[in-house]
Ligand binder design. Sequence first.
Ligand code: NAD
Ligand code: IPM
Ligand code: MN
Length: 353
Amino acid sequence: MNIKKIAVIAGDGIGPEVVAEGIKVMEKAAVLDGRISFEFTHFPWGCEYYLEHGKMMADDGIEQLKAFDAIYLGAVGYPGVPDHISLWDLLLIIRKEFDQYVNLRPIQLLDGATCPITHGTKENIDMLFIRENSEGEYAGAGDWLFKGKQEEVVLQTGVFSRKGTERIMRHAFEVAKKEKKSLTSISKGNALNYSMVFWDEVFEEISQEYPEVETYSYLVDAAAMHMIMDPGRFEVVVTSNLFGDILTDVGAALAGGMGLAAGANINPERTYPSMFEPVHGSAPDIAGKQIANPLAAIWSVSQMFDFFGFEDIGENILQAIEKVMTEGEVLTPDLGGNAKTNEVGERVVQLLK
Ligand code: NAD
Ligand code: IPM
Ligand code: MN
């Protein structure tokens, strides 16, 4: 039996509500399969913890998490704690410390999901965003000069190292090659005359190693437009941290909403744990009502099984999600239903094979 140790950080707002359903699915899928099982350790870290202890996680939190095979996270951030503190001291520090430099975000229109553009179909909304997740605009580098003075200036530096840029592109080329898909790089070399010129050059260099992969390169503004007007042109996409953040919310909209957007923060070398979390945040506007859609968090569980090498279980979960969608009877309000979060989770569990 393959036993995996999972650190659960349910976090804030709807985080605990959706994570509870993801865990049910994880457990049932494992029991049905029989080859894998999980040991969960729950960490109470987040904004409530901050208000009590003055910090987002334990002082040795990163050290504690190192012992796990994976982290399952709900969402971080809540009114009452400044966002840049809550996010940097928990979510972003984990991504960084564990070198989770690959952020995998599938944008797929499942059967039963409603696409807001009339020409959106299962065939043309089928992308995998590979977002650089360790540096770029999220390097945390900058300065705040002459605070409060007339000459006040703030700098937020994008950091693009050769190592960091090459490794995300190689990863993306490998995925595109394996899946026999095209690879699109999204950047902004016309205006960002250091970072994105370098990005484009590295993309061009690495593409020489993969002559079999068809490549495209777009400026981010045009790419945002094409995603809406002609989504079928995108298959595997590699882009920088900030552009990937923004475009994957656009993608979430295309694929039926934030409640259906899954993500995985991967450390491909497996030196450190990888982290699985939906794309959405803590959704304070709907928190505490049991109306959050748990399907994104459940889809992230499917990605976790893939990561552990049990792609068949991952596929089983994805099919159960799709079945819930096509049945259309047990859906949360964001998808036009009136079911509760836990009812959706339980329906997925029932539909697992
Ligand atoms: P959000 O993703 O929390 O919510 C945006 C909108 O989508 C809201 O209207 C919300 O109700 C809806 N929504 C999100 N998830 C949903 C779900 N599962 N089911 C149904 N509707 C859903 O983004 P926001 O409002 O900009 O951010 C709220 C807080 O979350 C902020 O503190 C932000 O920094 C944080 N945040 C955290 C993460 C993360 O932990 N990974 C991601 C994004 C935002
Ligand atoms: C996401 C989120 C985070 C990000 C925030 C909460 C820091 O928006 O995972 O998409 O920008 O990466
Ligand atoms: Mn985001």
